[in-house]
Design a protein around this ligand. Structure first.
Ligand code: PLP
Length: 385
């Protein structure tokens, strides 16, 4: 079946150039990068090249990059490192709209005795900066805030937040898993202490991530084991995937302009086409400060899951803002934190594009989706045209 894949914030296709770069490291060059022999050393040098490419893409030094198993591991490692380095501090701070990788870890830490603050957002998903500033205390060990929201694409002003937090002697981590590759990024200019990224969101494979740790930031490993990653993350490296991620970073650097022009253009066309054709539909999130590839649209009085199922029959892959938990449809915590009304939060769909989407695909969605919404509304007891 041909699929129209507009779910790139969930995961992305591995770029053909990335696959090509990885293949020799499954077969011919299977050596362990830590081995003393020349064969392993050759692999070690390729690993170092991938580190240089990943670092260059975000404006870091190679030795500031630690390869991990995924974005979630990078987030966990950063937050655990920050609290372990400041054992006397018992307050940690994040936002109400974080990905579960951070949100659930904060909830876990709150059960372990940490005082946690979840900063609210407004109706557009923008962070309450005043609340943030007021919540920073001498007891705060770490502030972890996402750069871009995975559901709405809304960007937090990381360049403004990082100095505000660091000036108070607090460690600042950002989950940039969705932002990397979609907007230009320079960790030095932004002034962050730690930053998480994930391979499978930037056309590299699943199961590889990286954590940037600014030189001088206190760090302690999460995975304790061998001397890999200079003793900062034990475990033999996922060599082929790391090499793939290095290549993906190079490609993403070349594609940034395409993201901000072509992908943004397709996203805007899709958004306008659907809003024009479907009454009682609206975009969730700040339309100005947003990733170029993401739109989250609510179609009132229909269930997101039903829309997804009907789109799925046509091969259209997207995501809904509600998750089916224990039989009941629970609207996403992000849309709830934004105060999106219940009737709209339930019918929200996230479309997230990539450089591989075409104009024909966007036209196909604009043609097929409005009749689906109309049909579902006919069946809804709440819908009044
Ligand atoms: N953080 C954000 C904002 C994400 O969107 C995701 C994945 O969707 C993650 C973290 C987790 O990344 P991974 O799937 O690599 O663990």
């Amino acid at each position: 079946m041909d699929v129209v894949y507009v779910d790139n914030n969930a995961t992305t296709r591995v770029a053909p150039e990335v696959i090509e770069a990885m293949l020799p490291y499954f077969g011919q060059w299977f050596g362990n990068p830590s081995s003393m022999h020349t064969f392993g050393g050759t692999v070690g040098r390729k690993l170092q090249e991938a580190r240089e490419k990943t670092a260059a893409f975000i404006g870091a030094q190679p030795e500031e990059i630690i390869f991990t198993g995924c974005g979630t591991e990078s987030d966990s490692t950063a937050i655990h490192a920050a609290i372990a380095s400041n054992p006397e501090k018992k307050h940690i701070l994040t936002s109400r709209v974080e990905h579960p990788a951070v949100k659930n870890l904060f909830e876990h830490l709150s059960k372990k005795g940490y005082r946690t603050t979840f900063i609210p957002v407004d109706r557009q998903g923008r962070l309450d900066m005043e609340a943030l500033e007021k919540s920073l205390t001498e007891d705060t060990a770490v502030v972890s805030l996402m750069w871009a929201n995975n559901e709405t694409g809304v960007l937090f002003p990381i360049e403004t937040i990082a100095p505000m937090v660091r000036d108070r002697g607090i460690v600042f981590h950002t989950d940039a898993v969705q932002a990397v590759g979609k907007i230009p990024m320079d960790v030095k200019a932004a002034g962050v202490d730690m930053l998480s990224l994930s391979g499978h969101k930037i056309h590299a494979p699943k199961g590889v991530g990286a954590l940037y740790v600014r030189k001088g930031v206190k760090y302690s490993p999460f995975l304790i084991g061998g001397h890999q990653e200079r003793g900062r993350r034990g475990g033999t490296e996922n060599v082929a995937s790391i090499i793939g991620m290095g290549r993906a970073c190079e490609l993403a650097a070349d594609h940034l302009k395409m993201q901000s022009e072509r992908v943004r253009g397709l996203r805007d066309k899709l958004e306008k086409g659907l809003l024009d054709a479907v009454p009682k539909s609206m975009v969730n999130g700040d339309r100005e400060n947003r990733l170029p590839n993401t739109t989250n649209i609510s179609f009132e009085y229909v269930e997101g899951e039903s829309i997804l199922l009907m789109m799925d029959r046509l091969g259209i892959c997207a995501s809904s803002g509600s998750a089916c938990t224990s039989g009941s449809l629970e609207p996403s915590h992000v849309l709830r934190a934004m105060g999106v009304p219940f009737t709209a939060a339930h019918g929200s769909i996230r479309f997230s594009l990539s450089i591989y989407n075409t104009e024909q695909e966007i036209d196909f969605i604009i043609e097929k989706l409005p009749p689906i919404i109309a049909k579902l509304r006919e069946m809804s007891p709440f819908w009044k045209p």
